[in-house]
Design a protein. Sequence first.
Length: 445
Amino acid sequence: MSRTIAAVSTPPGIGGIAVVRLSGPDAIPIASRHVSLPADGRSHSLSPFRIGHTLLDEVVVTLFPAPHSYTGLDTVEFSCHGSLYVQQALLQALLDSGASLAEPGEFTRQAFLNGRLNLSQAEAVADLIDSTNAASHRLAISQLRGGYAHLLAQLRQQLVDLTALLELELDFSDEDVEFADRRQLRSLVAELQHNITRLVDSFSLGNAIKRGIPVAIVGKPNVGKSSLLNALLDDDRAIVSPIPGTTRDTIEETLTLDGLSFRFIDTAGLRRTDDPIETIGRDRAIQSIRRATVILFVRDATEPFSPAFLDEVHQLLDGIPQQDKITFIVHNKADLTPPPYPSGIALSARTGQGLDQLKQHLVQAVRQRMDHTEGVMLTNLRHLEALRQVQQALNHVEQGLADNLPADLVAIDLRDALHHLGTITGQVTSDEVLGTIFSRFCIGK
Ligand SMILES: Nc1nc2c(ncn2[C@@H]2O[C@H](COP(=O)(O)OP(=O)(O)O)[C@@H](O)[C@H]2O)c(=O)[nH]1
Ligand SMILES: [Mg+2]
């Protein structure tokens, strides 16, 4: 039995209006002790809010009878004046009348438990609240609308069919018949693996878009990396000097371009040195390259362009999966040298020429990657982990089929795959998982 919960849903502080939400089986009787609920088929009423005989405020009462509410249970919302005192007194009155204080995310948890949202959609609600730019907002909305739920449902159906085929064979195992054509099974599993891999591969970009796309600015000392960061931010964020080795640590700043959030990371120069601090800086620079989605290789355009530079670039990228990276060569200090420039982007961190071009290239490159994923993008680490488990279980299935293992053994791995797939939307779940997910929410949501 669900409890009846209440919380202030608007942010803490003083505002024009505050919203207090009440949801659960006793919402209507509790609310009725303080206000007149909307009647005659209306959903709103303007009503005095009374505590005993004392008038606290004039509030707008909105009634959402079950099951047509966010939580699926009877829900009443009170829009009161946004005084801290009024909000707190109103909430306290509801608690005194029998409601319990809602835990973080408990309204959304009720919605999940009542089948109003699946787990992946509930997580999307938290992402939506956290979204800070157009791109992360779009990802959250798409997940809220079901996102790749249709894809997951499809995968699930395929898995269920496979399991059914195998289990049919089990029922007749005495008669030594093979209903399931093993070759057909193997190609079905391979197709499943392919679809899951596509989802798994979309995570690095999806996650970058959600958290800000990391752009590492790398190159030799003194080529103008810190100047470029400052120019992009239009701010004197990093120290610029003609002394090589000025930047020893990585500096990170966020900039939103055309709805995409980029995290620019200025790094120490990539030169070998005996200075222990500079060496740490260099190692950090290499770490940033590994983690970055975009890498800007900056060089000094006044120096002769040599193939050695490209060699160095390739060396740095050695062992890093290339399909994940977007790389640009930036010829800086273009104000000091006349064109033509080698291919790449010529700009001047000092005069600002070419900066807009760089920004356009960045946005375009990311948008192109997004188009490739055909709108299906994984952004949630929990989902990624679940899909990896599915992959692993399917590897076992493939192996089992290849080794001609008995159907019952293969079926165990198939059910394992189904189990992990089910954790994403919450068909299979545990209190512990729910606890972790909903604790990310704010109180009142
Ligand atoms: N003329 C000119 N000088 C620049 C430009 N960018 C950087 N510099 C100068 O180059 C030197 C090194 O710059 P800095 O940003 O500290 O390089 P970093 O070591 O790569 O971070 C400084 O004296 C800057 O003023 C540019 O676009 N044009
Ligand atoms: Mg620097």
